[in-house]
Design a protein around this ligand. Structure first.
Ligand SMILES: Cc1ncc(COP(=O)(O)O)c(C=O)c1O
Length: 419
């Protein structure tokens, strides 16, 4: 059957699609798998209890459930929730915004599809523009959203060794130039897959450079403050009319309800809302309905600070300590876990590529994500791209513990066979 160019993009190779299929097949197989691969948040009982209670309240109020499921919202999304968010951001951060600065989407993956295609691709006068990723590795979900093929220009980071087994990436500003071919700059903070959190100075420098170049800075805040606040560094959240902050209720515990939040200048919010109208008429309402009172009361901030962040921080510490002990004596380093749900492991000089390590671990019942997927727009000639893997610590402690032990054992075997 003949497809359009648009259709052919989805018939061809899509990295994330193949990986998800492969993970799915492994899970459907006969043997149980230790799932250290996915990006699912933990089921935190105290947070789930809050949503259960809110759902019960909706069910108990006459007509409330019927209204919640029976009406389309406007394409911009639930007005009451947007107003509550605007007030929350004004109060928490002093941002000068109102409801005209916020749109809801069907998950921030949706937001990135809209925003990247809004700023990258062919512009008037046939100029082609790209999204600049000033620090890769970067979120795998960006990779294939461009309707006009490869839309990224990526910059390799500087690698800073913090101690013998911990390192950190920093933006290498010598290579961050925002020329006429760049339509927007985007960073996730905290970063999936590495757990990196860009320092305030790095963000300030990116703001200066994007403002000077007249292009927006897109900040992917899927794990950031004020919710879900899976961020272990004290950094300053920023917004200004040249910044687009993307948030989500997914890592706050509602990934199934597909609720993304875009904070931007009104001109951008209007376009995003129209895109939602064309793609899906309106965003899903249920996430906003379950989170409305939490946002109005500010509870969403307290829950994030007092429950969600400590929950993940404890798991990160535990996983890191185990990893350091298991890997003792091996050439190994881990990115400093500063937020998000992941540890990013670097096996410098490993005699096999991360793709092969992934296969070997899968054969031993552990699913991870090989690191080469996280270099959208990058060139394949940097060995580092093939020396890393991502593991999540959001799973139960016992699963993480067994998984990390097997990873360390397999890496040791690889080195021993080489010797
Ligand atoms: C950095 C980052 N951005 C965006 C997303 C997309 O989240 P959602 O579409 O569930 O809001 C994810 C999901 O894992 C992520 O890790």
């Amino acid at each position: 059957m003949e497809f359009s160019n648009f259709g052919e993009r989805f018939r061809g190779r899509i990295g994330i699609g193949e990986l998800m299929d492969d993970l799915g097949r492994a899970l459907d197989g006969d043997r149980p798998m230790l799932m250290l691969g996915g990006g699912n948040p933990s089921h935190i009982p105290a947070v789930q209890a809050l949503f259960r209670k809110r759902m019960e309240e909706i069910l108990a109020q006459p007509g409330e459930f019927e209204r919640t499921i029976g009406d389309y919202d406007t394409p911009q999304g639930c007005r009451r929730f947007i107003e509550a968010l605007a007030q929350l951001f004004r109060k928490e951060f002093g941002w000068d915004i109102g409801p005209q600065n916020i749109a809801l989407t069907n998950g921030s993956q949706n937001s990135f599809f809209f925003l990247f295609n809004l700023f990258a691709g062919r512009h008037a006068g046939r100029r082609r523009k790209r999204i600049l990723l000033p620090l890769t590795p970067e979120y795998i979900g960006y990779a294939d959203v461009g309707l006009e093929g490869d839309i990224f220009r990526a910059v390799r980071p500087e690698i800073v060794r913090l101690d013998e087994s911990v390192f950190k990436y920093r933006v290498d500003f010598r290579h961050v130039s925002i020329g006429a071919d760049i339509g927007a700059v985007c960073v996730s903070r905290p970063t999936n897959p590495t757990g990196n959190v860009l320092a305030d100075e790095e963000i300030d420098e990116l703001r200066r450079r994007t403002a000077r170049a007249g292009v927006p800075l897109i900040l992917d805040n899927a794990y950031g403050t004020p919710f879900p606040n899976i961020i272990y560094e004290d950094v300053r959240p920023v917004w200004d009319p040249n910044t687009i902050v993307c948030m989500s209720l997914s890592k706050f515990g509602l990934p199934a309800l597909r609720t993304g939040i875009v904070v931007a200048a009104p001109e951008i919010i209007r376009v995003i809302s129209r895109m939602t109208a064309v793609m899906s008429l309106a965003p899903v309402s249920l996430g906003a309905a379950l989170a409305l009172e939490l946002a109005r009361s500010g509870e969403i901030v307290r829950v994030s600070r007092e429950i969600i962040r400590p929950f993940y921080e404890r798991k990160a510490r535990r996983a890191l300590a185990q990893l350091k002990a298991e890997m003792a004596g091996l050439p190994f380093a881990v990115h400093k876990p500063e937020g998000a749900l992941f540890l990013w492991l670097w096996f410098e000089g490993l005699p096999i590529r991360c793709e092969e390590l992934y296969e070997r671990l899968k054969a031993r019942g552990v699913l991870v994500v090989p690191g080469h997927y996280f270099f959208p727009g990058g060139r394949d000639d940097w060995p580092h791209c093939h020396e890393c893997i991502r593991v999540t610590y959001a799973q139960d402690d016992a699963v993480v513990e067994r998984g990390l032990a097997i990873i360390a054992d397999e890496v040791r075997k690889v080195w021993q066979r080489r010797a």
